[in-house]
Design a protein around this ligand. Sequence first.
Ligand SMILES: Cc1ncc(COP(=O)(O)O)c(C=O)c1O
Length: 396
Amino acid sequence: MPGISKKGRQMPASPIRKLVPYAEAAKKRGTHVIHLNIGQPDIKTPKVALDAVRNHNIEVLAYSMTEGSEMYRTKIAAYYAKNDIHVSSEDIIVTTGGSEALSFVMGTIMDADDEIIIPEPFYANYNGFATALGVKVVPIVSRIEDNFALPPISHFEKLIGPKTKAILICNPGNPTGYLYRKEEIQQLAQLVKKHNLFLVADEVYREFAYEGRVHYSILQEKGLEEHAIIVDSVSKRYSMCGARIGCLVSKNKTVIQTALKFAQARLSPPTFAQIASEAALETPQSYFDDVIKEYAERRNILIAELQKLEGVRVAVPQGAFYCVVKLPVSNSDDFAQWLLEKFEMDGATVMVAPAAGFYATKGLGTNQIRIAYVLEKELLVKAVQILGEALKKYNT
Ligand SMILES: Cc1ncc(COP(=O)(O)O)c(C=O)c1O
């Protein structure tokens, strides 16, 4: 057989999906598997978005403009203005999900062997995009004991070298749920200006901020226009993961012109999904108020229940819909598999994401898991009860 690429061999498998065969086997045995492992919201997609597709009488499903339809980008700019982010349609490239925006950004600003500093734990697919492009991820540890706050700037400075091109943050964080404070964004802004780096912010969870906290975007920070690049998506905002629409936003003209060339190579983002996403921008504020209220309640219940378990520590999330939980086990990969293979309570078990896959540093996160609270409250309570019983049994 002809050999596949070194890159292909190095490409990491998703840490979330590798337990799927065990979950499938458990289901075949008749066990109810409660999925705490994936970030697929159970919230309904806004009706305006679905209706826009249903009621459209397109006759030719043509390519759209490479950078996304002009009307849609103009409306996205208006959405940002409402969030105190002042950009024009020309600063935006519509992409096939935030995922494509991430790979365009890396391709635009980094060459093979260039380095990007990312606070860990981080969204595991950053590793995949970096590997595909030959880019080196340089992790900087954020700690559960600090709720995963921004590591000290002096730690970043130690990691910056001639190959460093960018710092990437996820705000609010997947998997940490941490929402960076304005002061933390300002410290990063100083740093990237001092060392002439890009600051990339994955802000796909912008709306999901709790206890009255307000998200502060890197593009709200004055003087960062040449450095700041936002990655965004409709997936979680409107519970539209299957639309596959996101965007890349920057005031830096060279970044946009270069990213556009990557975009031209894939012709255009999906046309129907842009129609849905444009309509989604009409979603009334009451939809978000209800959704945020629901997630906040889920978060509160989940955290309260987890805190009752002996030996368990949880970083209280302030945004997004994930949390990292430290368990009294030495290997959460093994525990997660055991939960699916060997354990059930009243005919049910839970599937969790072992956290080691969210770290780039070997050996970190081995006693942690990530939980996504995208399930109804009653199910979350039951899931934590199962987790508690399982821990007692696993540790005896
Ligand atoms: C932090 C983060 N960024 C980007 C993405 C990619 O989202 P999509 O490609 O669906 O827009 C996800 C999806 O889960 C995510 O959690």
